[in-house]
Design a protein around this ligand. Structure first.
Ligand code: ATR
Length: 281
């Protein structure tokens, strides 16, 4: 799919940015960041690089002076050992998805936690709210640390005990088995599992009975944009936060780190939604 935009200005001062991952063919980051660069007059170009040799790629960032990178599957953990500095939040989460090249010093951050929090805070306060995070994988870790840092009262809800309890112990919060979860007493519910993602769009991670009016329900899945969980939540009188909001806000955090400029969040969101809509045609 070719997304039509004006050609960016490219000259000898153009800064280079990239997403490093495998696969990266479907990444929405290039179109989102390039639109943001153009809108704000930042002289940069963002490309997708299919990377299997991570140490070689990081050496390449240094050698070529690439200004900033996004890091995605499967490199988010391994990249930490190749950088000069890792931000304390990213270290706690145990994953880096953002590299900033500060005059040759490669610094790692995690924008997933702050991105998810920004998306949630647009719709609801978190402090002292009871928050159920469904899942205990990498996405759950980023989000759960963000919730805890913002003073939310967290419960990890997971299908299996081992992983769920480990994350809950690390965060010193409650744990609940998914099959025992009722939703009673919770203000915010966040799905961090892939349940409901294409092709299994008829699935949802909790029963309808768990969704109560007044709750805020967030899904990190953005394909489809309105998952079965979110449409059920809307019908149940909940406020909903879709996965594109989190994706865009994590990108906005990266943009700000790289450029020092205010990210054009609404334009970034409109652009991502347009690309997703075109992909579905
Ligand atoms: P990521 O790092 O992208 O978050 P992950 O590490 O594979 O992905 O984590 C997937 C999470 O989704 C896990 O918490 C998993 O539960 P288990 O720990 O019990 O495996 C959860 N998950 C995946 N499929 C699920 C399903 N069908 N129902 C409920 N939970 C599911």
């Amino acid at each position: 799919m070719v997304f039509k935009t004006d050609m960016p200005r490219i000259d000898s001062n153009t800064r280079l940015y990239a997403v490093l991952g495998s696969p990266v063919g479907h990444s929405l980051s290039p179109v989102m960041h390039n639109v943001a660069f153009r809108q704000t007059g930042h002289n940069g170009v963002y490309v997708a690089l299919h990377v299997t040799d991570l140490p070689g790629a990081v050496a390449g960032i240094r050698a070529l002076g690439i200004h900033g990178c996004s890091v995605t599957i499967p490199h988010k953990v391994a990249v930490m050992g190749l950088l000069d500095h890792v931000d304390p939040m990213a270290r706690r989460i145990g994953a880096v998805n953002t590299i900033v090249n500060e005059a040759g010093r490669l610094c790692g951050f995690n924008s997933d936690g702050p991105g998810a929090m920004a998306a949630l805070l647009e719709k609801t306060p978190v402090v002292r709210r009871r928050v159920a995070v469904i899942g205990a994988g990498g996405a759950a870790r980023s989000l759960a640390h963000g919730i805890a840092d913002h003073g939310g009262q967290l419960t990890i809800v997971n299908r299996s005990q081992g992983r769920g309890r480990r994350l809950a112990d690390e965060l010193k919060c409650d744990f609940c088995l998914l099959e025992d979860f009722s939703g009673v007493g919770y203000d915010i519910l966040i799905n961090t599992t892939s349940v409901g993602m294409v092709p299994d769009t008829d699935q949802m991670p909790v029963t309808h009975a768990c969704l109560r009016p007044g709750m805020t329900v967030m899904d990190i899945v953005y394909n489809p944009l309105e998952t079965r969980l979110l449409s059920a939540a809307r019908r149940a009188g909940c406020t909903v936060v879709d996965g594109v909001a989190m994706f865009v806000h994590q990108g906005a955090f990266q943009f700000e780190r790289w450029t020092g400029k205010q990210p054009p969040v609404q334009l970034m969101r409109r652009t991502v939604l347009e690309v997703l809509a075109n992909q579905r045609r």
